[in-house]
Design a binder for this molecule. Structure first.
Ligand code: TXA
Ligand code: MG
Length: 344
């Protein structure tokens, strides 16, 4: 398949939206930017269009897709939720990186939800994403724009690497602002439950809801049957073997200096506070430990950069699990297949 590419920097938003809208309406696939990561979009009401997404990604068919809307009230069109239950959340966090799992209405095909009775709904905060949904006048189902198992794509370059020749159109809207996928919050349980941590943190949700929110992801990481079907599959894996290093900066530096040979097959991903002091050849600086937003934005870029350098052994600094760091550590633990060395 020939993939058409539009760079926002070289065309007008009207021109690219006209083309992209046409593709979506005809059942095709469009890769588009969102504030979190890039998504592969299709008409969410067309099960055949959605099926193509699974094929292109190599994604298991029981792993449901998020349905993207661009108007808050559409959540009532596609789910059975009542305004009383969600108004506080959607008025505070939409548009933005919060996905809500709710009971679906039958207009949403079972093929999109992996046969579940629930559907995940999100209102992205990005002009191109919003324009595409509004202009096509359709909900758009979209998973992250990567081949299944690989790190999500946060730049055009990485989208293109994975998906050129496999989708109808790719829109380059520049690097993703957040860099980690949305928080997935299940509202079908008695107590709201985080199925995937993201930029909207447990503390932020609790302060708005004024009730307890459960973060299920820490406990579930090692268990057999995760609640979000997607969480059970291999994830975010670069080609090299990843090891997380947990300990003080001094301990991590000592370990890297004594145990790790500088070689063109070994790479380190860490905060500036550590990378400033490292003499190794391939070091990716995530940004200061005091700026978790910058670290979040750089995580997937760092993992993919290690692949580009053909790094076989990757050491990554482990962070604490406070606030946004919980989402960062969730992705890193998966990338490392839970391989972590504790240092002191
Ligand atoms: O930020 C994002 O959410 C990005 C952008 C493109 O919007 N999308 C994204 O989609 O990350 P995806 O397909 O890579 O991840 C969706 C996650 C999966 O873990 C999936 O299992 C879970 O959401 N999910 C989707 N529908 C669900 C449902 N009905 N119940 C429980 N989990 C669900
Ligand atoms: Mg994904």
């Amino acid at each position: 398949m020939k993939t058409t590419v539009y760079h926002l920097s070289e065309t007008t938003i009207e021109e690219l939206l006209n083309q992209a809208t046409q593709v979506i309406s005809q059942g095709g696939l469009v890769v588009f930017p969102t504030e979190t990561v890039y998504g592969i979009g299709a008409n969410a009401l067309d099960k055949n269009a959605a099926k193509k997404i699974y094929e292109v990604k190599g994604r298991p068919s029981d792993n449901p897709l998020i349905v993207h809307i661009a108007n808050k009230k559409d959540v009532f069109t596609y789910t059975t939720v009542t305004p009383g239950k969600i108004n506080l959340l959607i008025d505070t966090f939409w548009p933005g990186p919060l996905t809500l799992v709710l009971y679906k209405k039958s207009v949403i095909p079972d093929e999109i939800t992996g046969g579940l009775k629930t559907v995940a709904i999100r209102f992205p905060d990005n002009e191109i994403a919003k324009g595409l949904i509004q202009q096509s006048n359709l909900p758009i189902c979209a998973p992250s724009a990567n081949i299944s198992g690989r790190p999500s794509s946060t730049t055009f370059k990485h989208v293109y690497e994975d998906l050129d020749g496999k989708v109808d159109l790719i829109i380059d809207g520049g690097p993703s602002k957040v860099g980690l996928e949305s928080t997935v919050l299940d509202l079908t349980t008695d107590i709201p439950t985080i199925l995937r941590p993201g930029a909207i943190t447990k503390t932020m949700l609790e302060s708005v809801l004024k009730t307890q929110v459960i973060d299920d992801t820490v406990n579930r990481l090692n268990k057999e049957i995760p609640k979000a079907p997607g969480m059970k599959y291999k994830h975010y894996a670069p080609k090299g073997k990843v090891t997380l290093l947990k300990g003080s900066n001094q301990a991590i530096l000592r370990y890297l200096r004594s145990e790790v040979m500088s070689s063109n097959k070994t790479g380190v991903i860490a905060s500036s506070e550590l990378t400033n002091k490292l003499e190794l050849e391939h070091v990716f600086d995530l940004g200061s430990i005091n700026q978790p937003e910058t670290i979040a934005k750089n995580i997937f870029l760092a993992l993919r950069t290690m692949d580009e350098l053909n790094i076989e052994t990757i050491y990554i600094e482990a962070f604490d699990s406070k606030e946004l760091n919980a989402a960062i550590m969730n992705r890193l633990l998966k990338a490392a297949n839970h391989h972590i060395i504790y240092l002191d």
